[in-house]
Ligand binder design. Structure first.
Ligand code: DQQ
Length: 583
């Protein structure tokens, strides 16, 4: 407790100093004001980053600079919809990635090279420590062009004002690319030859979705490499590329953008499916090409997140030597609800990411600072839950909770046999079987945000299957009963989790950050629709004073799957893949 208060004091002191340097700094504190929409009473989300009002989408240019985290995001200053024509870069700062202070928009359409919008882009910290932004401008003709912007005063800790040089755009649309298929410059990295490189998303005529490489010595003149960094065979436009090095498998230390590193990860946001994927591979920093370690087939791309997340972007945090990932979660409500409520979209909780021990996939975990939001700790030991049981966890109400549960499954050998084609589309399997169809081992898990009559709840649950001599763990997050309303986005999500449950002694531990913009009293329930489980629960309620947090169940991403368009069949048409999230 004493440690917490000291930390809080330090934060307040630091920010007070900053406030005195800028009148435009506004604390994005909890909004107690509730709004009644068709979907019920809504407040601002408790955990997630949100501007005070209006529309937000992609995270842009996240960085750590002079002791502050800066977060920029696609923002419509004029309303709750995407705002084609006037997208800007909203801007907030924080000392801890948890409490945020809003600043005025950093970039707004103002010049011929961005007259119709300042779209997504990235930050680069130059060797002298000053930042530079690369972003896509929608120019006066409607072309997508790449621009640079510099802080007006690099010694201003808040970096409030940004200057767009007259010489923009620095990269016009190339002849072989359609004017609206060229965008989202990445963070730049320096090659051994002294030239900067960036990756840019494009759809090339007769070729398809590509990640292009441009080189420059001065951020002004850029030259395209003849070969793309990577061609996304069979996928349409891939947006928001993010190429970053990772440490050796299992090492959690993050690395700054560079050509060096054991392996690289290329993250791509696939427009057709509105989902984020990544590939682990080798980046050749002379040829500027990227070769996946596994087969070069988009069906083997891994999902970065098995929920409602898109256009993610990572940055290297030198203060903690980690790589941190942000992602945008679109609204689930209807536009008319957004209009009444006055905001739309949230950012996921920042997550630390690193390469798993197997070297094939990323692990991710909410940044440790999220734990400072924990206040009251509730420990429960529930020795056994009988088959068919739904047990309310007494003493844990509310709309925010950081829940750690350990499930122990005593008799794996009873598990149902897995049908091999289920591996291809676990998401559909989650939907079909739901949390109410009994199996031999599962479903078991949590029913979060449950209404008194249980008509509404979100099920986070597992099923264990047997395949030959091994077990497969299916993890699902089923939103289909999260609301009784129609016209709300409430799909099932799911994946097979890469874990050897037998080697773990039948134990699965699950962390779930529960957050909601609905202030109604809701309960947390245990679900055990099979014989019995043993579990220990430690639940920490969050303070309501702090509004930040939560990516429900962010955890270890795992294996692959494919084909949403043709579920349960192997096909060459790659549109998606699936997976799980646990520790
Ligand atoms: N959103 C931005 C684009 C990007 C897309 C515009 C991804 O730059 O390609 O808001 O959501």
């Amino acid at each position: 407790m004493a440690r917490l208060s000291l930390a809080a004091c330090a934060v307040v002191f630091h920010l007070c100093l900053l406030i005195s340097s800028s009148a435009s700094l506004r604390w994005l504190s909890d909004k107690s004001a509730a709004v009644t929409t068709a979907g019920g009473v809504r407040t601002r989300s408790a955990y997630h980053f949100q501007p005070a009002k209006n529309w937000q989408n992609d995270p842009n240019g996240p960085m750590y600079h002079n002791g502050l985290y800066h977060f920029f995001y696609q923002y419509n200053p004029d309303g709750v919809t995407w705002g084609n024509g006037n997208l800007s870069w909203g801007h907030s700062v924080s000392v801890d990635l948890v409490n945020w202070f809003a600043l005025d928009a950093a970039l707004q359409p103002s010049r011929s090279f961005d007259a119709n919008g300042c779209w997504s882009g990235s930050a680069t910290i130059l060797p002298d420590g000053s930042p530079v932004m690369l972003y896509t401008g929608i120019d006066a003709r409607g072309d997508q062009v790449q621009n640079v912007a510099f802080p007006k005063n690099a010694s201003d800790p808040l970096l409030v004002e940004w200057v767009k040089p007259e010489y923009n755009p620095v990269i016009p649309v190339p002849a072989d690319i359609k004017r609206d298929d060229f965008r989202d410059p990445s963070t730049a990295w320096l090659g051994a030859d002294g030239l900067w490189r960036i990756a840019v998303a494009a759809r090339v005529h007769d070729v398809g979705g590509a990640t292009l490489i441009y080189r420059s010595k001065d951020f002004l003149r850029w030259e395209r490499n003849a070969d793309p960094l990577y061609l996304a065979h069979a996928a349409g436009m891939v947006e928001c590329p993010d190429l970053f090095p990772v440490s050796e498998p299992g090492v959690e230390v993050g690395l700054p953008a560079s050509g060096a590193g054991a392996r690289h990860v290329l993250k791509m946001s696939v427009m057709d499916t509105v989902q984020d994927y990544y590939v682990v591979g080798r980046y050749d920093d002379t040829a500027d090409t990227f070769v996946p370690e596994d087969d070069d087939d988009c069906r083997s791309w891994r999902r970065l997140d098995y929920g409602h997340v898109y256009a993610s972007k990572s940055f290297f945090d030198p203060s903690k030597n980690r790589r941190v990932l942000w992602g945008w979660a679109n609204e689930s409500d209807s536009v008319s609800d957004d209009l009444v409520r006055g905001w739309s979209g949230v950012q996921t909780v920042p997550r630390k990411i690193w390469l798993d021990e197997d070297g094939k996939q990323l692990r991710q975990w909410p940044v440790e600072e999220i734990e400072t939001l924990r206040s009251k700790r509730v420990n429960l030991l529930i020795p056994e839950v009988n088959a068919g049981g739904v047990n309310e966890i007494i003493g844990v109400m509310g709309t925010q909770a950081d829940v750690e549960v350990v499930f122990e499954v005593p008799a794996l050998e009873h598990a149902d046999v897995l049908e091999p084609n289920w591996l291809l589309d676990p998401q559909s399997l989650c939907g079909e079987k739901g949390a109410s169809v009994p199996g031999s081992v599962g479903p078991f898990g949590l029913l979060v945000m449950a209404s008194g009559d249980m008509q509404e709840h979100t099920a986070v649950f597992f099923r264990v299957f047997r395949q030959n001599d091994k077990y497969k763990v299916l993890m699902c997050t089923d939103l289909s009963r999260s609301s009784t309303r129609d016209g709300v986005y409430k799909p099932p999500y799911g994946a097979f989790v890469d874990m050897d449950i037998e080697a773990h002694g039948g134990i699965i531990s699950l962390r779930t950050l529960v957050s909601s913009s609905s202030p109604a009293r809701r309960s947390l329930n245990l679900l055990a629709l099979f014989h019995s489980i043993t579990l220990v629960i430690s639940t920490d309620r969050l303070t309501t004073r702090l509004w930040r947090a939560s990516a429900a169940g962010a955890g270890r991403a795992s294996r692959r799957g494919c084909t949403r368009s043709t579920p349960r069949t192997a096909t060459a048409t790659c549109t998606c893949s699936t997976t799980g999230l646990v520790r």
